[in-house]
Design a protein around this ligand. Structure first.
Ligand SMILES: N[C@@H](CC(=O)c1ccccc1NC=O)C(=O)O
Ligand SMILES: [Zn+2]
Ligand SMILES: [Zn+2]
Length: 215
């Protein structure tokens, strides 16, 4: 099945969207109402910075790390490779071996399709995470941004956050909660635009794919 472009790889932010256990929920409260005599309708948005499709800034996992506004925009926009790694997990982690046989130089943005569905009716507690060795192997192939359809690059119960630590150590940035359910593996152009939340540890983002060669 070929994609039509632009192809949205963002999760719809429906009220009550399943979030990380204990994290702040997505809430949109009514603001002004035309029906109430106001000139416009408005809403009041409250959300975790990690709701749905979002980016992590290094400060999220490194207290000395960069805040969101310090990350150059070109990291989020440019050529990417979507890699179908469904069924490749070993003990719940995608290993570095999934890169074996790929070119020594990859596109700067690598998006991993682990098999998450388009819609999370509830939080996917059994999601597949990434082995730190995969982060290091990707960085060695020129990857500057790693994306996943999982809600995190680390397992739900992780306290060590080894994959985030590998991103800290390699400078690889993180895009989580993608919707790659309809995306065949291959090369595309990625446009990922985080909300410009200054001083933040991350932000929800609208991410789309364009045909390869567009960017
Ligand atoms: N998307 C987040 C998930 C996460 O780790 C998290 C999110 C909100 C509150 C706590 C979290 N992790 C550990 O406590 C992340 O992996 O960066
Ligand atoms: Zn996150
Ligand atoms: Zn993360």
């Amino acid at each position: 099945m070929s994609l039509s472009f632009p192809h949205d790889v963002s999760r719809a932010l429906t009220p009550g969207h399943p979030n990380w256990p204990g994290d702040a929920p997505l809430v949109v409260q009514p603001g002004l109402r035309i029906a109430g005599g106001d000139s416009v309708n408005t809403g009041i948005l409250s959300t975790s910075t990690h709701t749905g499709t979002h980016v992590d800034a290094p400060w999220h996992y490194d207290d000395a790390g960069a805040r969101l506004e310090a990350i150059p925009l070109d990291v989020w926009v440019g050529p990417c490779r979507v890699l179908d790694v469904r069924g490749r997990a070993e003990d719940g982690l995608i290993p570095g071996s999934v890169l074996e046989g790929l070119p020594q130089q990859l596109p700067a943005r690598l998006l991993l399709h682990t098999g998450q569905p388009a819609h999370w009716a509830q939080f996917p507690r059994d999601f597949v995470a990434l082995a730190p060795a995969l982060i290091h192997a990707a960085a060695a192939r020129g990857v500057r941004l790693i994306g996943t359809d999982s809600p995190s690059v680390d397992p739900l119960e992780s306290k060590a956050l080894d994959a985030h630590g590998a991103c800290r150590d390699t400078g690889v940035l993180i895009l989580e909660g993608l919707n790659l359910s309809a995306v065949p593996g291959g090369d595309y152009g990625l446009v990922c635009l985080p909300l410009p939340l200054s001083g933040a540890d991350g932000a929800p983002a609208r991410a789309i794919l364009l045909p390869a060669g567009t960017l």
